[in-house]
Design a protein around this ligand. Structure first.
Ligand SMILES: Cc1cc2nc3c(=O)[nH]c(=O)nc-3n(C[C@H](O)[C@H](O)[C@H](O)COP(=O)(O)O)c2cc1C
Length: 392
C-alpha cells in the first residue's frame, strides 16, 4: 500500500514522493520571464521536499497571460529563465513540471488584489490590456470581466494549437520533465469545453464531442513534440456546477477520450466558467478526492486532485486508500515551503529529514542538541519553555 512518501513513477519519471506543488500564478514576471524570484521561490519548495514542483500557468502566447506580469514561454528568449528554475528544482531533488495555458476571455487583467471600478479586467486599448479571445463573443461578466471577446476563427484556432506545440518544445529545451495542459478554471480551453461560454455552431461547438475538440487537438499537437517518456497530463475543468454547464458525468467520458489522445494522468478541478455556481465546493475538506477515485476507477487512469488537502492525515489517507495517485497542494505550499517535512513529522515518518537536501538532513538528524529547539516540534504540540525562562 503506498503512502504520501512512497516514490511514484509515471512513464520514465520517478517522483521521490506523492506530494506536488500545484501551479500558482505569481504575477512577478517581466516580459513573461522567470527570474531570481522564481528561482528562490520554486527552489525553496524543491528543497522543502516537494516531489513535483510546478511554477504557474505559463502562457503559450503573450495574450494568453492573465496580466502583463505573468509568465510565458512563447519566445525563445524566455527559455533561459525557465532553465535556471528547472536546474535548481532538479538540484534539490525535485522534478520540474510546467503547466501550459492560455487565459482566453479571462486575460487582460489586473492583479487579483487590485481592482478598478470596472472589476478585474483592463480594456483592450489600455497599455497593459489586450483584446481577449474565446470560442464565442460572450464575456465572462459578473462585474469582473465586462469587455467584448473576439470569437476565434478556425484558422486562429489552428494557430493556437501550433503555439501549444511550440511552447511544449521550448519547455522541453528548458528542462521540464512533466507537462500539464491547463484545461480548467475558465481559461481558453475550459471555455471551449463549456456551453456557458461556447455558443459555436461549427465543429468546435454544440455536442460534447465538438466542445472537447479544442482540447483533444491541443493534446495531439503537444503529444507530437513532447517525448513519450515524460508525463503529459491535463487539469480538466470537469464540472461547472451550473445547470447549463459542463457536468462531471460528461467529464468522466472526456477523460477517456483524452486518454486515447495520450493523456497519462488526469488532474481534476472545476470549470470556472461562471460565478453563479450551485453548491460551490470551496470550503469542503478533500473536496475532489471521491471524484478523483471515480475517474481513476472508471477510466483506469492515474489521477491527482487539489483543493483542501493540506491536513497531512487527509492527504496521506487519499493516497493510502488508493483514491488518487498524487496530491496537489496550492496554498499549503505558499504557507510552508517545507510542508512535506512538516507532514512527515506529523505522520510519524521514520526519517522526515530524508526529504530535505542530504547535507541539511544529516545536520538535522545527527547534530547533538535539544531536538525541539530546531523549531519543528514533532507532534505540532506546543513546546514547553525551560523553567528558568518561564520564571524570568
Ligand atoms: C495564488 C494562487 C494562484 C493560482 N494559480 C493557478 C494557476 O496558475 N493554475 C492553476 O491551475 N491553478 C492555480 N491556482 C489553484 C491551485 O493550483 C490549487 O488548485 C488551489 O489553490 C487549490 O488547492 P489548495 O486547497 O491546496 O490551495 C492558484 C491558487 C492560488 C492560491
Amino acid at each position: 500500500m503506498p503512502d504520501l512518501f512512497t516514490p511514484y513513477t509515471l512513464k520514465g519519471v520517478t517522483l521521490r514522493n506523492r506530494i506536488a506543488m500545484s501551479p500558482m500564478t505569481m504575477y512577478r514576471s517581466v516580459d513573461g520571464r522567470m527570474d531570481d524570484f522564481h528561482l528562490m521561490y520554486l527552489g525553496a519548495r524543491a528543497a522543502g521536499g516537494f516531489g513535483l514542483v510546478f511554477p504557474e500557468q505559463v502562457a503559450i502566447a503573450p495574450e494568453g497571460r492573465t496580466t502583463v506580469h505573468c509568465a510565458g514561454i512563447y519566445d525563445d528568449d524566455q527559455i533561459e529563465g525557465h532553465a535556471r528554475v528547472t536546474a535548481m528544482i532538479r538540484n534539490m531533488g525535485g522534478v520540474a513540471g510546467i503547466q501550459l495555458g492560455h487565459t482566453g476571455r479571462n486575460g487582460s487583467e489586473l492583479k487579483p488584489w487590485v481592482a478598478n471600478e470596472l472589476g478585474r479586467q483592463l480594456p483592450p486599448d489600455h497599455p497593459e490590456g489586450w483584446q481577449c479571445v474565446g470560442p464565442s463573443d460572450v464575456p465572462y461578466g459578473f462585474g469582473k470581466r465586462p469587455f467584448p471577446v473576439h470569437a476565434l476563427s478556425t484558422d486562429e484556432i489552428a494557430t493556437l494549437h501550433r503555439q501549444y506545440a511550440d511552447a511544449a518544445r521550448r519547455a522541453l529545451d528548458a528542462g521540464y520533465q512533466w507537462l500539464e495542459m491547463h484545461f480548467a478554471h475558465g481559461y481558453l480551453a475550459a471555455s471551449f469545453y463549456s456551453p456557458l461560454a461556447n455558443r459555436r455552431e461549427d465543429r468546435y461547438g454544440g455536442s460534447l464531442e465538438n466542445r472537447a475538440r479544442f482540447l483533444l487537438e491541443a493534446m495531439d499537437a503537444v503529444r507530437e513534440v513532447w517525448p513519450e517518456e515524460y508525463p503529459l497530463t491535463a487539469r480538466l475543468g470537469s464540472d461547472d456546477y451550473h445547470p447549463d454547464g459542463v457536468t462531471f458525468d460528461e467529464s468522466v467520458q472526456v477523460v477517456g477520450w483524452l486518454k486515447e489522445h495520450g493523456l497519462d494522468l488526469a488532474d481534476l478541478s472545476f470549470g470556472g466558467n461562471t460565478d453563479d455556481m450551485t453548491d460551490p465546493f470551496f470550503p469542503n475538506v478533500s473536496a475532489w478526492v471521491e471524484r478523483g477515485a471515480r475517474v481513476r476507477r472508471e477510466v483506469d487512469i492515474p489521477v491527482t486532485v487539489s483543493w483542501n488537502l493540506g491536513i497531512p492525515e487527509n492527504a496521506d489517507r487519499a493516497i493510502r486508500d488508493e483514491k488518487i495517485d498524487l496530491v496537489m497542494l496550492g496554498r499549503p505550499a505558499l504557507a510552508n515551503a517545507h510542508w512535506p517535512v512538516w507532514a512527515a513529522r506529523e505522520l510519524g515518518h521514520q526519517d522526515p529529514f530524508s526529504l530535505v537536501p542530504e547535507d541539511w538532513g544529516w545536520w538535522l538528524s545527527n547534530f547533538r542538541g535539544h531536538d525541539p529547539s530546531i523549531g519543528w516540534p514533532a507532534s505540532g504540540a506546543p513546546v514547553a519553555a525551560d523553567q528558568h525562562l518561564r520564571s524570568a
